[in-house]
Design a binder for this molecule. Structure first.
Ligand code: ASP
Ligand code: MG
Length: 419
């Protein structure tokens, strides 16, 4: 049986961190499928390249791309990979491919070019890590995830074609070998690059785990485990030592940022346990997500999602917002890539709070305005308290205006706006 490990951007952010990854992997005797995301904030930087590219500022796009390449080259030198010809072949071919893609006369459709451009972050990082591990005596094979992770045609937030992915993985990967491959990326049946949504590498780990019937999946993070709140925002956070798959799905759906929301389902379906462990404090057991979930209701979890948009949509003729409108609205949301995190209806209006790519916001509004009256706020904040113990809004948020409040038996939610 194999294990799947996922290392995120922070865990490989510099040569020292990559050395630490090697130490972790070599402390296990099992064969491991190592899923890696892009180094540090590379995906954000590549998104910037893409934004500039879409605006047709090709020189600027080249300039930023070359800075990113330069940064990766410095990592290559630090890890002494710069005299490995096989590695350089792969690495330089990737860099050249990006530069040529940006400069190409024939431009591809925006979602396609998005996935193509951002995929280089993972392709570089995995090439570096795979060859570095081999150089350090940790034998492994680099896999281009696009060869095996097969998805729908939608290029961003693609859906997995489970059957085809499982078939490919079982043909290409053996259980008695160690592999290094990319999180986040895949390809459609035409071979075009697709992506699984930001932070999608966790999901990639679950995909490989599911397809290979792995014994366990471990996500290595810069936090001690799954916390009941984001430590960058809240004091006195605590570790959720053991929660159930169900609770983890609820928490990640609500926006707990530690794991990608799609990660749990495949693992639950095959009862593959998921650990979230610190790559810094290796003695810490971290959090275990499995069937049992001993600590599900022990303490309140706070989830704060800033920078959402709040849309309020009403009919132009004062008619009710009923099911038919709702289904139309949601098909527009789906088409424009609006992710809805909370909704609330009244007789005449429907409000939704969620996120959308900034470049799609104007399109969404103008599409909705053809049939509806639309009001919207940007920069609203969504606060969720799961397993709340009191009905009071936490001190930290008292200064914000409450635009919406919702409560169920287990969960309290607020849409807030800074005054
Ligand atoms: N590199 C991608 C991102 O930053 C995927 C991931 O990190 O999981 O969103
Ligand atoms: Mg990342």
């Amino acid at each position: 049986m194999s294990k799947v490990f996922k290392f995120g951007g922070a865990s490989i952010k510099n040569p020292k961190a990559i050395y630490n990854l090697k130490e972790i992997v070599s402390s296990y005797k099992e064969n491991i499928v190592i899923i890696v995301s892009a180094i540090d904030k590379t995906t954000n930087k590549l998104e910037h390249v893409w934004e500039v590219y879409v605006e047709n500022k090709i020189d600027k796009a080249h300039e930023i791309a070359k800075e990113i390449i330069k940064f990766h080259e410095s990592v290559v030198v630090d890890l002494k990979l710069n005299n490995n010809p096989k590695f350089l072949n792969l690495f330089n071919a990737l860099s050249l491919e990006l530069v040529e893609y940006i400069g190409s006369k024939t431009k591809q459709e925006n979602n396609l070019s998005y996935s193509k451009i951002v995929s280089f972050g993972e392709l570089w990082s995995t090439a570096i890590i795979s060859y570095y591990l081999n150089q350090q005596g940790l034998e492994n094979q680099w896999i281009d995830a696009r060869e095996v992770v097969k998805t729908s045609n939608k290029h961003i937030d693609s859906k997995i074609n489970w059957e085809e992915t499982q078939r490919k993985i079982n043909v290409d990967l053996r259980k008695d070998k160690t592999y290094v491959t990319q999180g986040f990326i895949g390809s459609n049946l035409d071979g075009e690059t697709t992506t699984l949504g930001r932070e999608g590498s966790d999901f990639s780990a679950a995909i490989f785990g599911w397809c290979m019937d792995a014994e366990e999946v471990v996500i290595w993070k810069d936090v001690d485990g799954l916390l009941n709140a984001d430590p960058k925002r809240f004091n006195n956070t605590e570790i959720l030592k053991n929660i159930s798959f169900k609770e983890a799905i609820e928490l990640s759906y609500l926006g707990a940022s530690v794991i990608h929301p799609n990660t749990i389902k495949p693992l639950e379906n095959k009862n593959i346990s998921l650990s979230i462990r610190s790559f810094i404090q290796l003695d810490n057991p971290g959090s275990l997500i499995n069937k049992v979930g001993r600590n599900d209701k022990d303490m309140p979890s706070l989830i704060y999602k800033p920078n959402q948009i709040l849309l309020t949509i009403s009919t132009k003729d004062y008619s009710f917002i009923f099911e038919e409108h709702m289904s139309k609205l949601f098909s527009i949301f789906f088409k424009m890539g609006l992710k809805v995190h909370l909704m609330q209806n009244s007789a005449l209006s429907c409000s939704v709070c969620g996120i959308i790519l900034p470049s799609n916001l104007d399109l969404l509004i103008s599409d909705l305005q053809k049939k509806y009256i639309v009001k919207y706020n940007t920069k609203v904040n969504l606060l969720t308290i799961r397993h709340f113990k009191t009905l009071d809004i936490p001190e930290l948020f008292k200064s914000q205006e409450v635009l919406i409040q919702q409560r169920s038996r287990s969960t309290l939610r607020y849409v807030l706006k800074k005054k």
